[in-house]
Design a protein around this ligand. Structure first.
Ligand SMILES: Cc1cc2nc3c(=O)[nH]c(=O)nc-3n(C[C@H](O)[C@H](O)[C@H](O)COP(=O)(O)O)c2cc1C
Length: 146
């Protein structure tokens, strides 16, 4: 199990899953592909940031025996279309995950670093200009939580 998380929600899911499965847990920064190639199954979890899966390039350019991916984002997974996010993260048709899961994370605006805080303020301004129909579920979730 490998994960990358900025604020800990993806880490929490990774810990829960690893515990349940009895899997080894690695942070993305400690991870090297050559080590993971030896495993029968690799699970990668990444937080969603601006429509991308954090650190996913580690697993999107390699053929693993079995790859399972999960994302953690603000939007309600039951209402969200992840087609673009997955296509962007896994551009090579030969290296697609066997299975993908999407979980709901959380956000504490007070804990965001300066860059993320600025980005969210900008995103909020852009989303506010959109009409209800144009708004993505991610956009709605940002406005609801901001
Ligand atoms: C700058 C920024 C961009 C984000 N972009 C998205 C996004 O595109 N889609 C989404 O569902 N959530 C987005 N989020 C919310 C995060 O995915 C959510 O807070 C998640 O729980 C963070 O995971 P982490 O705690 O493991 O870092 C964004 C958050 C920040 C701060």
């Amino acid at each position: 199990m490998i994960y990358q998380s900025h604020y800990g929600t993806t880490k929490k899911y990774a810990q829960w899953i690893a515990e349940e499965l009895g899997a080894e847990l690695f942070e993305r920064k400690q991870a090297s592909v050559s080590v993971f190639n030896q495993y029968d199954m690799v699970i990668y979890g990444g937080g969603l940031y601006a429509g991308g899966i954090l650190g996913v390039d580690l697993v999107s350019k390699v053929k693993f025996k079995h790859l399972v991916v999960f994302t953690v984002g603000l939007a309600d997974p039951s209402m969200t279309d992840y087609t673009e996010i997955m296509a962007k993260g896994f551009q090579n048709k030969a290296f697609q995950p066997d299975k993908v899961f999407h979980f709901r994370g959380g956000i504490d605006y007070k804990r965001l670093n300066l860059t993320h805080r600025g980005l969210m303020a900008l995103l909020k301004k852009i989303i506010e200009k959109k009409s209800e129909v144009e708004m993505s579920t991610e956009g709605k979730a940002i406005l609801e939580t901001y």
